[in-house]
Design a binder for this molecule. Sequence first.
Ligand SMILES: [Zn+2]
Length: 462
Amino acid sequence: MIRVVGDSSKMCAQLLREVEEEVTDLLSGLIRINTTNPPGNEAKAAEYLAENLEKEDFTCELFESAPGRGSVITRIKGTGERPSLLLLSHLDVVAANPKEWSVDPFEGAVKDGFVWGRGAIDMKSMTAMEVMVMKLLKRNNVQPKGDIILAATADEEKGGEAGAGWLVRNHPERVRAEYVINEGGGLAIPINGKSIYTIQTAEKGILWLRIKAKGKPGHGSVPGVADNAILRMNKVVEKLGNYRSKISLVPTVRQFLSGIAKENKLAQQVLSILLQNPAAGDHILDMLGQRDKVMAEELRAMLRMTIAPTIIHGGVKENIIPSECEAVFDCRILPGQNPAEALKEIKGLLKDVDLEKLEFEIIQASEPSESTMDTPLYQQIVNVLKEFEPNGSVAPILLTGGTDSRFFRKIGSTCYGFQPMHADMPYGEILKTIHGIDERISTENLVFGTSVLYNIVERFTT
Ligand SMILES: [Zn+2]
């Protein structure tokens, strides 16, 4: 039994040391398998986990959506008296440039109490913790009342269509669960010496849009005769890039702001105005931005649909006025909105830019998603954290990016992003290492995360 709380025997310390070694080895091993996506090559990592689990009598299934794009699934069968729970993670990572790192990002080095490497936080550490939890459940002979499923999947960093999305479409019976625990939250935000643990309950949707502006070509020396597509696109970029859409407080964000406000006096003043009068949001965030720009802009993106121009192309030669110019926009929408409505709103903004000379193409779109906080699993997470850290608190969070949880919310699962971690480096520093340089996690955090997850899973399913 792995319990840090209430079980202070020597036996427990011994067990924790063993868990520390094992989960650290698992993570190091995973980091050493380079799953940079593209191309991914997650099959090797999936096989590595299957071998590890099968040594302890788990039956694993390996799936490949395309050659090399592997995912692994295993299950502890329950009696069906309680809801099923899926422990989800992704095996792929984003690229790392070894020249920028102080260690080889694919060596899985353990030094100074940390495991270093690409994926150490996002999210091979969670994979290692979840595998460890499964093994401990079996070793402790836990007989769950609900199925406990583990799925470590390919392709999340490129949208998940060759991983979680593919599994949900092609093998739903293997991964469907009433509840899902995944990435996206869990890192404690330190405020006034207290920790606020986040649980991701919502994420924004995506609308990636290509707009093509049309014109009439002509000689660059007589601009008035031609119709310059760059000038038309300039108006489009100006309109969309500076647009501040209506502010909307979704339940997760409302609850998140209340949670932060409880712990901090200044935040309380600022946020209570915001909570009472969302329309005043920008004014308040502009003021907050003078003290903490990153925080203010993060909050602003949680309050509304955003549109950012990200690519622009136009023109072929110095002296030709171009008849075409195209740009790509990364638009993110809130729960409650949908891509079709967002597109309509965007077209509405461009009414006076000659709509008939603009072409719209949706590159990719996905719905936003949100899970209710009012569930026994959410409460169980709160309860367990309270035992580990009586002074800490919990707040739900909306992710402005996306995770694989959206595939599961779509088929009716309640999903929580919860990868429990202390902020044992400065909070901002930790965030910078994710998709950045010198990504690492302390072995203490690995043990902490494993212990917290184990307690949640065991209590929730028995
Ligand atoms: Zn991730």
